[in-house]
Structures are given as C-alpha cells and as structure tokens.
Ligand binder design. Structure first.
Ligand SMILES: Nc1ncnc2c1ncn2[C@@H]1O[C@H](COP(=O)(O)OP(=O)(O)OP(=O)(O)O)[C@@H](O)[C@H]1O
Ligand SMILES: [Mg+2]
Length: 511
C-alpha cells in the first residue's frame, strides 16, 4: 500500500443491512497517476468511490486529504476539497439546457456572478471545446441529449472546477471507440497536469493502455494493489474473478456455435426499405436461431432502427414483416405480445427504481399472451424469476430488495432478465454487455448462443468490434443511418472497424 497520496482512504468499511459492500479497504489516489479500480459487478467499486467523495459516510475508517484527516458530510464538502466524480448513472435536470447542467453546482449557489443565458452558453461552449467536444450545442435542452453525449456532459461538469482528484465511474461504458479516445486524451492531459485520476472500468484492454496503477476489489475486499507493469492483465482477471472461477473460464465456442444454418426457416423479422427518424432505406431479415450483429459508431442510427421496429418510434416509409405478416407496432408492449423483446442500452429510463428486483423482472412477463397459455401463476412466475437470476448471475441480497440497491452491472442484468421473461422469438439487444464484468460478459455471450440454439433470433447491437466478431453469424454495419455493409462470420475486427467509418470497399464485405 502507498501512503501520502492526494487522497487516502484507510480501513474504509461500509455496510448496507446485511451486506458488507466495503471491508477495511485502504485506497490511495496518487498525484499525476491514473489508478484503475477493477472488480466484478457488485464488488464494491462504486461504494468505494462514494465513500471517498462524500456521497456515502463510511461506517468505519478514515479519509486524508494531502495527509490531513478530513470528514466529508456531503459531496459538496468533497468538491470544495478538490474532488470531482463522474458518476456511473449521471443525474441531469432534463428541462434545463446542456450549459445549465454543466454549471449546475455553480448556478445552485450563485457564487459571485449571475450569468445571462447567452454568456452561460458561451462559457459552456468554450469549456466543451477545451475538452475536444465541439459537436454539442450548449443551448440544447438536456432531454434531447442521448446516451454517449450525456456522459460527455457529466464529464464536462466534473471538470469545470479543475479538481485535483477525479473519480471516473465507468465513464466510457456507453462511449464508442472514437469518444473513448477523446476522453482518454483528456485524462492523459489531466494526469500530466498532476491530477490524480481513478478510473472504474470493465474494458480491461483499454484500462491497460491508460493506467499506471491497478487496484482490484472482490466481494468488498481489496485483493490486489500494484503498478500496472507489475500486474499483467491475466493476473488481474484472476483477481477479478477469484482464483477458482478463473481456472475454469467459459470456453469460447465461436466455431461450433456458428455452424447452425437457419437458411430454410422463415424470417422472424423482415424490413423492406424502411426509413424513419435517423435512418433510411434499411432492409434486413433475421431468421430463428440466427445471431445477427449490428455494428457502427455511436450515433450511426442503430438504436433508432430498433426503436422503430418495436413501436417506440415511427417508420415514415417501407414495410415490416413479422413471421411473414405485415406489421406495425403502436407500442413496445405490442411488440412484446408478438414475441419481440428489446433490451435497451440505458438502464436509467428502463429500471423501475422504486420497485423490487422481482417486480422489475416480472414486468416482462405481462406483455406476451401465447394462444392457449394462461398467464403465469404467482409461484410459477417466482420460479421463473429465480431461474433467470441464476442464468444471469444477478447479484441481489434477495428478489425482494429494491432495484436501486443493485450495482450498475446488476441493474443491466435485470433488464436482460425482464426481456427473457416474456419468452421472445426475437431478442433485440442494444449494447447488452455495457458495464458487465469480464466473467459475466463471457457468460452473457454463452447465454446468447444458448438462446439462439433454442431457436430465438438475436439482433445484437454493439460498438465493440471484438464482441461482434466473437458472436455474430453475420454483421450489418450501419453508417449515418444506412446499412453500408454486410459482413460474413469470417470478417475480421479490422473489417468491422473500417466499414463502421463508412469505408465499404474491403475484403470481408459480402456486398
Ligand atoms: N444503497 C444500497 N443499499 C443496499 N445495498 C447496496 C447499496 N449500494 C450498493 N449496495 C450493494 O453493495 C454491493 C457493492 O455495490 P457497488 O455498487 O459498489 O458495486 P460495483 O463494484 O460498483 O459494481 P458494478 O460493476 O456492477 O457497478 C452490492 O452488493 C450492492 O448490491
Ligand atoms: Mg458500480
């Protein structure tokens, strides 16, 4: 353990009812270094960040800023001590502008200045440009800002007060490669200026490109604390997953799983030259048991196509066929009834935070009415919830606990479980492994293969070329709202990446 950092946690312990989320953890934020904080979903990473930044009060242990003991009573106390946090689930005022959201705490306290909207926007624009973000209008209402860009607003917000310590809790979980590079460039610059940065992430390859120091948590304990150069990535994985599990890794079954041929079965879904908000002239078909990947940059229009299919947005032209029948859904519940389930990318809008974990999953069982099948009785439904939890390794104290008490990654699994609860014929997954730890990620891949083997059609949207290559039997590449390439199972990561940028003339393309 090092001592004498910008910020030191000593013996930090935090309990939630019967769960000890943090167990006597020592953690040091070093000046001018990037420290990675790794661990499975529910390992205690966000809790540690919260205890070091005034959001939670630890039950035990001490905090030191520049070697002097401090006690934060609120995040504001921490902010005044130069500690900023980019949260896993950013909280925004939806009716306010981007600029107002960036300067939220300043506006809330009305320090010495009162700003006109115009000068606020100007300031915000300048600040965003200094971070290399020039495609986000500060005057836009926050409610119109989606996915990755919301994360950028949160990052911009954390950086206005020039913090000396910056915690980034999965800041790039919803960012594509391009935006991640931009973010990491900012982080490198901060490090060079002496800022101590802590990065929570499940994307280990990227972590190792950036970080100087690695700390691994497991079940609330710190299990590794070493220079990145002294802890190779495979050792980090062993610490993350625990010795036993890591010795029996889920084998990659890429070759065998791709052998299923679904050519002669009628498609579950066909789109014929459909256009709509954010996409145009899209044609595709997906057959039972097929895993179709959809690649592209963040903002390419992939989610928009899916939303129109499930009835959350409208087609302006073209035709959709479901199991051979022309169809247009008026709402996502309609789509669920016809066997199409969607797992959205953002959990904020989809998790019922005020309800139990169980309620969140059972909500998925209401929509589908299969002819001849009664609605599930309570105990059948409960059994199904337990099955789904086991299948997805959902980590919750019990199905009765509130959904808001789950760690970020476990909330993501909840949405997956809900979608499976309706026993869909077509499962549309939008970035399903965002924020999911390495062990569960390969289990999720395995589960997707099993579902496909049972005959469920899978439409898999991902910004991670590696993951697409691993899973998909063919991959549709979307660029600026159009499908620009269809890649075969033999395509390489390079094929996926280059075609995502709109370059179509290359080896792996089928057309
Ligand atoms: N407010 C709370 N009430 C009850 N339990 C909680 C609360 N916050 C966290 N926990 C529990 O504490 C444990 C650690 O959660 P934490 O959010 O720190 O995990 P994490 O490492 O950040 O995981 P992830 O990678 O999924 O974000 C989990 O078991 C979680 O369910
Ligand atoms: Mg977390």
């Amino acid at each position: 353990m090092q001592t004498g950092g910008l910020l030191d946690g000593r013996g930090l312990t935090k309990r939630f009812g019967g769960v000890t989320a943090l167990n006597e953890v020592d953690f040091t934020v070093q000046q001018g270094k990037v420290t990675a904080l790794l661990g499975e979903n529910g390992a205690g990473k966000s809790t540690l960040v919260a205890c070091m930044s005034g959001a939670h009060r630890p039950d035990d242990g001490a905090l030191l800023v520049n070697g002097l003991p401090v006690r934060f009573r609120s995040p504001d106390d921490a902010r005044r001590a130069g500690i900023a946090v980019v949260h896993q689930e950013p909280q925004m005022l939806e009716a306010q502008t981007v600029a107002a959201n960036i300067y939220l705490s300043q506006l809330a306290y009305r320090r010495s200045w009162t700003w006109s909207a115009g000068s606020l926007n100007e300031r915000a624009a300048r600040h965003l440009r200094s971070l290399g973000i020039d495609d986000l209008d500060p005057g836009r209402p926050m409610s119109t800002v989606a996915g990755a860009q919301r994360q950028l607003v949160e990052i911009a917000r954390a950086l206005i007060q020039q913090p000396s310590v910056l915690f980034l809790d999965e800041p790039n979980a919803s960012l594509g490669e391009e935006e991640t590079h931009r973010l990491f460039a900012v982080v490198r610059e901060l490090r060079d200026r002496g800022v101590g940065v802590v990065l929570v992430s499940h994307r280990l390859r990227e972590v190792y490109e950036l970080c100087d120091h690695i700390v691994v948590m497991r079940d609330g304990f710190k299990v590794a604390d070493d220079a990145a150069s002294a802890l190779p990535i495979r050792d980090a994985v062993r610490f993350i997953m625990g010795e036993e599990k890591a010795l029996h890794p889920v084998a990659s079954t890429r070759a065998s799983s791709k052998s299923r041929r679904a050519d002669d079965e009628a498609p579950v879904l066909e789109l014929e030259h459909v256009s709509g908000p954010g996409f145009r002239d899209v044609s595709l078909s997906i057959r039972p048991g097929e895993i179709v990947g959809m690649a592209g940059l963040v903002g390419a229009g992939r989610t928009e196509i899916a939303l129109a299919v499930i009835g959350a947005a409208r087609f302006t032209s073209g035709r959709m066929l479901v199991a051979g029948r022309p169809e247009r859904f008026r709402s996502p519940a309609d789509a669920v009834r016809r066997g199409i389930s969607f797992v959205p990318e953002g959990r904020r809008d989809a998790v019922f935070y005020g309800q139990s974990v169980e309620f969140n999953v059972r909500a998925g069982m209401w929509g589908r009415r299969t002819p001849g099948v009664r609605r599930l009785r309570a105990n059948e439904a409960n059994r199904r919830v337990r099955e789904l939890f086991a299948q997805l390794s959902v980590k919750a104290a019990s199905p009765r606990v509130g959904a808001s008490t789950l760690s970020g990654g476990n909330q993501q699994k909840l949405l997956f479980a809900r979608a499976l609860g309706s026993r869909p014929r077509l499962l549309i997954l939008d970035e399903p492994t965002h924020g999911i730890d390495v062990g569960v990620k390969s289990e999720t891949h395995e589960l997707i293969r099993e579902l496909a083997a049972e005959g469920i059609a899978i439409w898999f949207i991902s910004s991670e070329a590696e993951e697409i290559i691993e899973l998909a039997q063919r991959t549709l590449v979307v660029h600026q709202g159009r499908i620009v390439a269809e890649l075969s199972a033999e395509a390489s990561i390079g094929d996926v990446v280059t075609s995502s940028f709109g370059e179509v003339e290359h080896a792996g393309a089928m057309r």
